[in-house]
Design a protein. Structure first.
Length: 543
């Protein structure tokens, strides 16, 4: 068995640089604590060279002009650790979540794909750099030896089986991460390297340091064997950023969202997944609400009555997508139509994963736009006409005439097709066991929205003539009435009598301009009498 340990140097600092790549070549120090006890808790090598020290007060660290001071963010560290785990699962299903800055990957079977251990290590290092992190990698047949070598040696370290003690001997005992009391005791004894610790008699070490001393002695020798503690693959993908200065405009906000979406899509690509639902949450600055109102932005000031300090929105995608640029365009359109109520202090993006869409084009069908482009067009139209005015109509379960709602549009082929029922064979004559189908002509109905006002003359309770837009027509056939009513407890209740009337008009063309002059100047219409308004209306025409 061969294992690769991946260690992220200065993990807290790299987590901050991951969300702010412009700091990659700068001296960076992180501060944490409650004012006035805000101190430096982490820094990279350039910051230490500039004079920064751990535990230094922030007002002292601010005096070093070349050092960039940032607050420590557990949100950034959590996202960076999740990205590191996703990278591990992209290589092997067997990984160990050793520490926030360390993972171990089982390399069994990878040699047939990538070649030697050195080639595998180089490939791992290249992919980690693409994640925006800098790592040390060690490969050994002993899990703990690989972990300590990765923490102690820079770059790539290869340890042959049986030579663990030789390679670990020059490392300081600090890479074993003993407790502070044990580390002070070893310092008083003059034991500063793993070689010196391994040379001590284990029995006397156990009497003075207990089981921790025995464990450290075993690690210093590169001995011992244990199995990987396998981590469960994550099913939630989240990225976030905490801002020092609140963001109010869409352009800088889009820049930050684009960076988070790039990181999110990179993690999903590593796991061979895509996004089905993207969720966005902002933590708002309550003190900035009055400033926004004074600017007179009608879109925002109309929502200032809401006192919530959190803004949330979500986009359900018709097909799984992992194109960060397309997702950014969709979120921009969403925020343009429904902006937050106040300046933004914290951005949180979450994605619900799904398997990528597998599409097989049909050779005998014309090419059509991709579902992703259709979704973008729909989002742009929704930004112009409103979300409730675009989509796929869906009938409601009610007797109210013309009752429907607009559902999210899903292009054909985005969902699996239901199995079609097999139809019986058609024949001109019936045969035993199968009833032949009789094809009936379809009758279409063209709805008028809104319904057109009309005047109807009744004779003995039956319509005899109508007046539509100043044009008279004679009723030559009538069917009805069909009475419907409902929702009596609401303000928009209804009570109507519907009629199907066949009408012949007196003019060369009908008043609705439906028929041409070459066709008979009559048609079949649906009329209804509104008992609440005491008026007649034309609902539509049959084609």
């Amino acid at each position: 068995m061969v294992f690769a340990a991946i260690y992220i140097l200065d993990f807290s600092v790299q987590a901050a640089i991951r969300v702010e790549p412009s700091l990659r070549d700068s001296a960076v120090a992180l501060v944490d604590g409650v004012p006035p006890q805000v101190k430096v808790v982490a820094a990279n090598g350039r910051a230490f060279q500039a004079g920064t020290e751990l535990g230094m007060a922030r007002n002292v660290a601010d005096q070093f002009e070349s050092v960039q001071i940032r607050p420590r963010s557990h949100l950034h560290e959590k996202a960076a650790h999740a990205a590191l785990l996703d990278f591990g699962w992209s290589i092997s299903p067997r990984i160990e979540d050793t520490a926030p800055d360390t993972i171990v990957i089982d390399l069994a079977g990878l040699s047939s794909l990538f070649g030697s251990q050195e080639n595998i290590a180089r490939r791992l290092l290249q992919q980690i750099v693409a994640l925006g992190l800098t790592a040390h990698i060690a490969i050994a047949s002993n899990i703990d030896a690989a972990i300590h070598a990765a923490r102690g040696f820079s770059g790539i370290t290869l340890i042959p089986s049986g030579e663990e003690s030789k390679h670990l001997g020059s490392l300081p005992v600090g890479v074993l991460r003993p407790s502070p009391e044990t580390l002070d005791t070893l310092e008083l004894w003059g034991v500063r390297t793993c070689e010196a610790l391994a040379a001590l008699p284990v029995l006397q070490l156990s009497e003075r340091l207990g089981q921790e001393g025995v464990r450290l002695h075993e690690w210093a020798q590169g001995a011992g064997a244990r199995s990987l503690v396998l981590a469960d693959p994550a099913t939630c993908f989240e990225e976030g950023i905490v801002l020092e200065d609140s963001v109010e405009e869409l352009e800088p906000l889009s820049f930050l969202l684009g960076r988070l979406l790039d990181q999110l899509c990179m993690r999903l690509t590593a796991r061979s997944l895509a996004i089905s639902i993207i969720r966005l949450r902002f933590s708002l600055d309550p003190s900035g609400r009055e400033d926004v109102q004074r600017r007179g932005n009608s879109n925002i000031s109309a929502r200032l009555k809401k006192k919530s300090s959190v803004f949330e929105t979500a986009i359900s995608l018709p097909v799984p997508i992992r194109d960060s640029k397309l997702l950014l365009k969709l979120l921009r359109l969403k925020l343009q139509s429904d902006p937050p109520q106040a300046p933004i202090q914290k951005i949180f993006v979450a994605a619900e994963p799904a398997k990528p869409r597998a599409l097989q084009a049909d050779l005998f069908l014309p090419s059509s736009p991709h579902a992703e482009k259709v979704e973008l067009i729909i989002a742009r139209l929704a930004n112009l006409v409103g979300d409730s005015n675009i989509g796929s109509p869906h009938l409601l379960d009610t007797h109210h005439p013309d009752a429907f709602c607009m559902d999210h549009f899903t292009p054909a082929g985005a969902e699996p097709k239901a199995p079609q029922r097999k139809k019986p064979l058609k024949s001109n004559r019936p045969y035993w066991g199968v009833k032949p189908e009789i094809e009936k002509p379809a009758l279409g109905f063209r709805m008028f929205r809104p319904s057109l006002p009309a005047s109807v003359h009744l004779q003995e309770g039956l319509p005899k003539s109508v007046l539509i837009r100043g044009t008279h027509g004679k009723v030559i056939g009538a069917s009805g009435p069909w009475r419907t009513s409902g929702d009596w407890w609401r303000e928009d209740n209804w009570h109507q009598d519907e009629w199907d009337l066949e009408i012949r008009f007196q003019l060369p063309s009908d008043p609705l301009e439906i028929h041409s002059a070459s066709r008979p100047q009559h048609g079949l219409y649906r009329f209804h009498f509104d008992s609440l308004q005491r008026k007649w209306f034309v609902r539509g025409i049959y084609d």
